[in-house]
Write a protein that binds this ligand. Structure first.
Ligand code: ATP
Length: 338
């Protein structure tokens, strides 16, 4: 089922949590709502679920407008960060709960529960109680329980937020796998860029209640639409008022900031017209890569990431004079950066 959000806004008191959001989520895709804390991602998810009502705008699921529909009638499965399993029920009973509530036939319930336990790889733990499971296992039970009733849309709010890094990684893989097998439109909230990049078909980047950009992970990484998006996806050097410093035509406007990723800068020991002179301030060895901190002639600081091999070839020393030039750079007008 596709989801269409048309000009949706939501205010809490005087605080604008979601502002004029337009968004189309294609049927069967896995989409991340990504942004810093308080940017409005969870509110949008709750608006899709019907747990909040928009102040203005409209929401469609498939070809049905659901703006005023109840949560129950939207055909949505919801998984929160804090899995709320029934403590007094076994894994099997938890997964069967929704089906039994709907008075499904016993045979069907048995088969469906087996199938779902297979899907989330918990077949061997079916008779355990939640207290006998790890956090990651509990979250997989929550997923299976939600999927049991065949939701048309699966909404997940920071589903792995409370878990440690290793378990999060495992669960990401199992969510992707699950999504592919179940063919449900899945929308999940995260503030973790890597999680969004690894899992999703499309990422919706949120900032201050608004959508900054929608795109595939490579699209967003390689073609960030705004300074916020570029800075949110990994480290970046921001050189204010430095357009033209590298002598490149497309950077000649002085009313821009130049944005350079640390691995998109070349260090060389010989001068060239498009390279800027710099001094090596500090060298940090991280094992698999080397970080070189430099200062440009005008005092601006630049960080460059080099592979170990490249660093060895260059034989850099602190205080050495070198030349730097961008492999790739983005310029944004001054007023776009805040
Ligand atoms: P996080 O990653 O921290 O969960 P988020 O991007 O999901 O952040 P939301 O939970 O959507 O952000 O909240 C957006 C803003 O709206 C926050 O400043 C929050 O305090 C506020 N907010 C959310 N729900 C309510 C509510 N029921 N009443 C008042 N303010 C709220």
């Amino acid at each position: 089922m596709s989801i269409l959000i048309e000009n949706v806004s939501k205010r809490f008191g005087s605080f604008q949590a979601v502002e004029s959001v337009n968004l189309e989520i294609k049927s069967g895709t896995l989409v991340a709502l990504l942004g810093p804390s308080g940017s409005g991602k969870s509110t949008l998810l709750r608006l899709i679920a019907g747990l909040e009502a928009p102040d203005s705008g409209r929401i469609w699921i498939g070809d049905r407008e659901v703006t005023a529909s109840s949560v129950q009638s939207r055909g949505i499965g919801f998984v929160f960060q804090h899995y709320a399993l029934f403590k007094h029920m076994t894994v099997r009973q938890n997964v069967a709960f929704g089906l039994e509530l709907r008075k499904a036939r016993a045979n069907y319930v048995r088969e469906r529960v087996e199938e779902l336990l297979d899907l989330v790889q918990l077949r061997g733990l079916a008779e355990r109680y939640p207290s006998q499971l790890s956090g990651g296992q509990r979250q997989r039970v929550a997923l299976a329980r939600t999927l049991a009733v065949d939701p048309q849309v699966l909404l997940l709010d920071e589903p792995f937020g409370a878990l440690d890094a290793k378990v999060r990684k495992e669960l990401r893989a199992s969510l992707r796998h699950l999504h592919e097998r179940v063919n449900v439109t899945t929308v999940f909230v995260t503030h973790d860029q890597e999680e969004a990049m690894e899992l999703s078909d499309e990422i919706v980047v949120f900032n201050k209640g608004r959508v900054e950009q929608v795109g595939t992970p490579p699209d967003i990484y390689d073609h960030p639409a705004t300074p916020f998006v570029m800075s949110f996806f990994g480290p970046v050097n921001v050189l204010p008022n430095s357009a033209g410093i590298f002598g490149l035509n497309n950077m000649e406007s002085t009313n821009s900031h130049v944005f350079l990723r640390p691995h998109d800068i070349v260090i060389q020991t010989h001068h060239e017209e498009t390279a800027a002179q710099a001094k090596v301030d500090r060298i940090v060895h991280l094992g698999w890569e080397v970080i070189v901190e430099l200062s440009l002639r005008d005092g601006q600081l630049v960080t460059v990431n080099l592979t170990r091999e490249l660093f060895k070839q260059l034989q850099l020393e602190p205080q050495q004079q070198v030349y730097v030039k961008p492999k790739r750079a983005k310029t944004f007008p001054l007023h776009a950066y805040s």
